[in-house]
Design a protein around this ligand. Structure first.
Ligand SMILES: [Ca+2]
Ligand SMILES: [Ca+2]
Length: 165
């Protein structure tokens, strides 16, 4: 397969996962914070950003098989494949091969390796552990970098009480 068709595949996979994520999001908002047990439960769900209802559950664009979806205690995981060489369009957003979408990330695998603001803390840790931004080295804007605050035992997401010396 040539690079063009692979990036077309990657692009379609991206759009499809994105759509499923917003449908999952809309579903849990309408169902007391609970995600569906299976993807087919999404049928009839109206996405927040449009008035369109979900009328069919797509299959994995790359493998042609059903997406692997699982509800978990903390949300959900949605596993899908990205084609070789198809990910260059989305540098830093996906990995080649198996990726896992969650309520926080379109690819958890990629988020673990991404450090957009180059402060030494991965996007994954910034969001799930520190509640900071991977686009700002000083997320709470108090003049001290996230990494610096974490290393010194301060909360990088809360500027009110912390003072570094
Ligand atoms: Ca970072
Ligand atoms: Ca700070």
């Amino acid at each position: 397969m040539g690079q063009n068709s692979e990036s077309a595949l990657a692009n379609e996979q991206y759009q499809t996962i994105n759509d499923l994520q917003s449908a999952l999001d809309a579903y849990q908002i309408n169902n007391n914070g609970n995600y569906p047990e299976k993807l087919t439960d999404l049928l009839g769900t109206t996405r927040d950003w449009s008035n369109e209802k979900v009328t069919n559950i797509p299959q994995d664009i790359v493998t042609g098989k059903a997406y692997i979806y699982q509800r978990s205690e903390t949300g959900y995981t949605l596993t899908y494949e990205m084609p070789e060489d198809g990910t260059f369009l989305f540098a830093g957003e996906f990995k080649e091969g198996t990726n896992t979408a969650t309520e926080h990330f379109i690819s958890e695998e990629s988020a673990r390796e991404t450090d957009e603001d180059e402060d030494g803390i991965s996007a994954y840790d910034e969001v799930l552990i520190y509640h900071t931004s991977d686009y700002m080295q000083d997320s709470d804007g108090d003049g001290y970098g996230d990494k610096e605050e974490i290393d010194a035992g301060y909360d990088p997401a809360e500027s009110s009480y912390d003072t570094l010396r």
